[in-house]
Design a protein around this ligand. Structure first.
Ligand code: ZN
Length: 74
């Protein structure tokens, strides 16, 4: 009985981690300015072009991304 519960818990943790990874990679829709820059989904500031060049899928500015990753304990 205990073994089954342990296995279930392990599976649950693994699934949650995968979901978190996906969420961080980006599931939220992004907004773009007229000149094609991406708006940070957290603070509505255009993400710097340097950041987009390094990470084209970024949905947040570097500042908000750091806050978000900190929230998830990464
Ligand atoms: Zn931001």
């Amino acid at each position: 009985m205990t073994d089954i519960l342990d296995e279930a818990k392990k599976l649950e943790i693994r699934h949650r981690q995968a979901a978190l990874d996906n969420a961080l990679k980006r599931t939220e829709p992004t907004q773009q300015t007229l000149d094609g820059r991406v708006i940070c989904i957290s603070c509505d500031t255009p993400i710097s072009l340097d950041r987009l060049a390094a990470k084209p899928e970024a949905a947040r500015c570097i500042h908000c991304q750091q806050i978000e990753e900190h929230k998830h304990g990464r």
